[in-house]
Design a protein around this ligand. Structure first.
Ligand code: ING
Length: 323
């Protein structure tokens, strides 16, 4: 009997600044109902799924952004999600802005089972963008201003989900997907299913040079497909999409298998559910052959990866004087 689970990316269309959490949660509950009708057992919502992507807005006093954060999970506003999970017997992943009791701010994701247990929490490690107002940018990207670097590492948990007694699940958030180190830390914990949400502008907002528009989606898919192939795992990658307060985010949510193949993709930039049956047993081929880490990895050659932050200049070749 194969270890199979039916998963869904529950892509969200835009959430405007003025849209209350209750409306976003209602939209997500509708997507869970649709997921239930399709026999889905685990739903993945986007990064910062409860609000607009507020790091595009500058606040001199970051406390002015506190209303974008959740101080409790679940809360009154998010309780309907937990209720729907219980009603339909569906697990879910939710990305949101977390304010801890001590007042620390993280870009966070949780994995919740149908009983409402929070099985895993992850706080985004790779925060793109900048911390101070950048006048050169058409749109700000102030994640480094509003969030601390995640302090939970890249955890993987083996937990019951759907009809299976145990699935190895881990999470990434948005920019993390572009960093192979993040995927490999999950892979070194035998991850089988990576859940990730993203909010990614469809245009390059930095004044760093021209980038053809189609490359935005290409780079996102390339990163996820490579991560899955090189770590022999599935991924469910869910966008918040559409135009939020004039800023366009691309959709193209995907579900990817351990061969790096896209097995489902969203085609709208609105609320959309894409689903796939994932036979987790097919992770085994990569893990026992080309990516049998214990047989093939050579950590003694990888020192630079943790010893350095930025790149150094290479040695310069010079022709040897005749001996
Ligand atoms: N968004 C973007 C992402 O990594 C970005 C930021 C876009 C970085 C394009 C580089 C290139 O998908 C978030 N929220 O990380």
């Amino acid at each position: 009997m194969s270890r199979s689970i039916t998963v869904a990316a529950a892509q969200l269309g835009p959430i405007q600044m003025t849209e209350p959490r209750s409306v976003a949660v209602e939209r997500m509950v509708r997507l869970m109902e649709r997921a239930h009708r399709r026999g889905v057992e685990l739903v993945v919502f986007p990064e910062l799924a409860l609000t607009t992507f507020f790091p595009r807005h500058y606040h001199k006093d970051i406390a002015e952004a506190d209303h974008w954060f959740e101080t409790a999970m679940p809360s009154n506003e998010t309780a309907p999600l937990f209720a729907a999970a219980r009603k339909y017997g569906i697990g879910f992943h939710l990305g949101y802005a977390e304010m801890t009791e001590g007042g620390r701010r993280f870009n966070t994701a949780i994995l919740v089972n149908p009983d409402g247990d929070i099985l895993l929490k992850y706080r985004k490690v790779h925060l793109p963008g900048h911390a101070e107002y950048d006048p050169r940018r058409k749109v700000q990207h102030l994640e480094k201003r509003y969030f601390e670097v995640g302090n939970l590492g890249f955890p993987v948990i083996r937990a019951p989900m759907a009809s299976l007694p145990g699935i190895n699940m881990g999470m990434l958030i948005c920019n993390d997907r572009r960093w192979p180190e993040a995927w490999r830390v999950l892979g070194l914990q035998s991850v089988e299913l990576v859940l990730l949400g993203y909010n990614t502008p469809s245009l390059n907002m930095e004044a760093g040079g021209f980038e053809a528009h189609h490359l935005r989606v290409f780079h996102s898919h390339l990163s996820i497909q490579a991560g899955c192939y090189q770590n022999a795992c599935f991924a469910v990658a869910t966008a918040k999409a559409g135009t939020e307060d004039g800023c366009e985010l691309f959709g193209h949510s995907i579900i990817v298998n351990p061969q790096g193949e896209i097995i489902a993709m969203a085609t709208s930039w609105d609320d959309e559910l894409i689903t796939a049956d994932c036979n987790l047993d097919i992770c085994r081929l990569g893990r026992t052959t080309i990516f049998a880490f214990e047989r093939h990895r050579r950590p003694e050659a990888y020192g630079r990866i943790t010893a350095q932050v930025g790149a150094v200049q290479p040695a310069v070749w010079a022709k040897r004087a005749a001996e």
